[in-house]
Design a protein around this ligand. Structure first.
Ligand SMILES: Nc1ncnc2c1ncn2[C@@H]1O[C@H](COP(=O)(O)OP(=O)(O)OP(=O)(O)O)[C@@H](O)[C@H]1O
Ligand SMILES: [Mg+2]
Length: 270
């Protein structure tokens, strides 16, 4: 049974999609069966992982509306163990919002996630910016949440807000939800502010909540994204590719530890 990780943040443009695409590609490179679900109407994950425009015409949006079956919108990628469910071409129209409210998309998304996680080691959900309905559904359906943040003073404030929301989701719908980790992205050691915010984050939050690995700022990202090849495939030796690989190894290690603990607990109760 695969682990489901939502990549979410209140703030836009902090590297959620870049992180999703690059962790996904790194997981697949490490032979983990991985599926990415794009929950953002910008439909960017498919671009980043090289899907064709035609493959991105429909996606999870159409499954929510009952126009497509889940199995019809799962696409392969150049990496054999990596699959993608694009968002599709819909936008959050009144019709969609009404539908979501009536049918209760949170349990629906949970049902889809539970259906696909059986055949995966990891499912990653790329959330839209902000804490709207879709992000809350993702938080309700996942096992853990990874929060990317840029090392800027304002980020600390947003962080407090997202942590509050996570606690609320945990209290109300998903008691097992855990923090996968805060991830510092676009980190630039040459900037004093980057170093200071990182120091403050490490001092404020417990070790198990903040990834030790940081993702450096790297100008090649935009070009890798434009040609639909994650940096780990484009330039595996690049510093940033190696940073994502180390982060991914941390994630795999954590998942294995959790699985071991769960097994031991179920043996105890048997
Ligand atoms: N480590 C990095 N170094 C340099 N640029 C980066 C890095 N990570 C992401 N970017 C760039 O920052 C921009 C925003 O990244 P991305 O789209 O991943 O953020 P996002 O949080 O998903 O945005 P949104 O909230 O709009 O969904 C993109 O142009 C991306 O190429
Ligand atoms: Mg995004």
């Amino acid at each position: 049974m695969g682990k489901v990780i939502a990549i979410a943040s209140q703030k836009g443009g902090v590297g959620k999609t870049t992180t999703t695409v690059n962790i996904a590609a790194s997981l697949a490179t490490l032979r983990q069966r991985t599926l990415v679900i794009d929950l953002d109407e910008q439909n960017a994950v498919g671009f980043g992982l090289g899907l064709s425009r035609q493959q991105m015409e429909s996606g999870i949006y159409d499954v929510f509306l009952g126009r497509k079956k889940l199995r019809d919108i799962i696409h392969s990628t150049p990496l054999p163990t990596l699959k993608v469910i694009p968002y599709g071409k819909g936008t959050l129209t009144d019709e969609f919002e009404r539908f979501v409210r009536q049918k209760g998309s949170a349990p629906l998304l949970r049902k889809y996630v539970d259906a696909v996680r059986k055949s995966c080691d990891f499912v990653l959900i790329d959330c839209p910016p902000g804490m709207g309905d879709l992000t809350i559904y993702a938080l309700s359906a996942c096992d853990s949440v990874l929060v990317p943040m840029q090392p800027e003073p304002l980020s600390l404030k947003t962080l407090t807000q997202i942590l509050k929301i996570i606690r609320k989701v945990r209290r109300n719908v998903n008691p097992d939800l855990i923090m996968e980790g805060l991830l510092l992205t676009m980190y630039d050691e040459n900037y004093r502010i980057s170093r200071e915010v990182a120091k403050q984050v490490w001092a404020t939050f417990p070790e198990e909540v903040v990834f030790r690995n940081v993702i450096p700022r790297c100008e090649e990202f935009s070009s890798a994204f434009a040609i639909g090849r994650p940096i780990i495939m484009q330039d595996p030796n690049a510093e940033v590719a190696q940073a994502y690989l180390r982060l991914t190894q941390e994630i795999i290690k954590k998942a294995k530890m959790e699985a071991g603990k769960a097994e031991a607990a179920s043996a105890d109760t048997a």
